[in-house]
Design a protein around this ligand. Sequence first.
Ligand code: NDP
Length: 425
Amino acid sequence: MPSIFANALAQLESAARQMKLPKEILAVLHQPQREVTAALPVTMDDGSQKIFSAYRVQYSNARGPYKGGIRFHPQVTLDEVRALAFWMAVKCAVAGIPFGGGKGGVMVDPKKLSAGELERLSRGYLRAFADVIGPERDVPAPDVGTNAQIMDWISDEYARVTGHAQPAVITGKSLDRGGSRGRETATGRGGFFILQQLAERLKLKPEKTRLIVQGFGNVGMHFTRLACRDGYRLIGIADSRASILAAPDRSLDYAVIANAKQDYGTVDPCRCTATKGKICRCPDHRHLTPDKLLTTDCDVLVLAALENQITKANAGKVKARIILELANGPTAPEADVILDRRHVTVVPDVIANAGGVVVSYFEWQQNRENVSWTESQIKQQLQPVMEKAFQEAWELSRQQRINLRAAAFQLALTRIAQSIQKKTA
Ligand code: NDP
């Protein structure tokens, strides 16, 4: 497995070279400010004890409290958490919100734990990191494998440890525990606002624009729902269990896919897996291997699942003219170079999936002011933030003839550098 943090550093160094970032600033940003690791003992339902490795990486607080999700996944590594924490610092700066970057993780498969075990693990996580977390210090949130219920347990445990409730310690909570309306849909919605911005600039007509979406979890599902509602043509979709492609000149029906996911846990509406030798006879779609779907002809390839999906091995075969990165780090740096050469427009993760952290910021503000905004207030405030981030990166990329990722990094690094210089002046 390539180092994801090495990918992140390659992006940092490339942007630093292009913009002539002062070397002292580059040196500061070359590693996290702080990394904390812990071994979390959890009593399992059968009375035995298991130890889980846990991390919190605080990359930069130059622009405000560290901010970033907690990932529960069996393959979480410190290297990955570092990279994700760095990208959070960049993302918050591009979006212009007053947060730094952080991230957490626990090496665990949450699907294999009972609710009780998951609660004990989540509370244990907070106790292990309570000294470094806080509303003005480091504000975690959900990520892959964690959800509002887990955020509620962590918020509650923080109140127990500190002796008073401070909901602003964590975002992505459930509504009745101080969560924000619109947080659940925020990342997918933000990505959809970006698609609209692209459509305007590249003169895309929704009914003629074919989308392939990899990932149908929180982010992929809400994005796909909004895009299909706006008339975009969904021609391919994948989750961890199936990759399906609409028959030529047909589109997939969002409602059919969403119902299949809800009823059977997979986007495959016929539930037949071509790989197991059964032949799918459905007239409207066929099954592909996961990698084949990524290189199938379409207009916009939406990556909403995992890191490192487009690599130097498949970048040359991508047929989409646009890649929208809703996942974090789905394109490896070597792949970026190949895509650039082939004039594929890549909207980087640090812009495309910023909707989640922007609404997290709104939740933090609401908690601090003890108010609750309506869903339409959230949507109205999210849209201009996403549009401004995209517009600034788009204009810089046109002015300097650089790609959107380089432009986003330059904007972010300029802002982070100014804050570092102010603090050290
Ligand atoms: P979820 O866990 O809700 O969804 C992940 C989706 O990816 C699932 O549909 C999963 O399949 C699918 N998937 C996993 N492995 C594969 C694979 N090999 N091929 C195809 N699909 C696969 O996560 P989120 O939607 O929350 O997050 C997705 C990405 O977006 C992550 O990179 C995350 O860091 C990033 N992100 C999320 C934010 C948020 O607000 N949630 C904010 C910013 C970024 P299955 O359904 O079968 O498990």
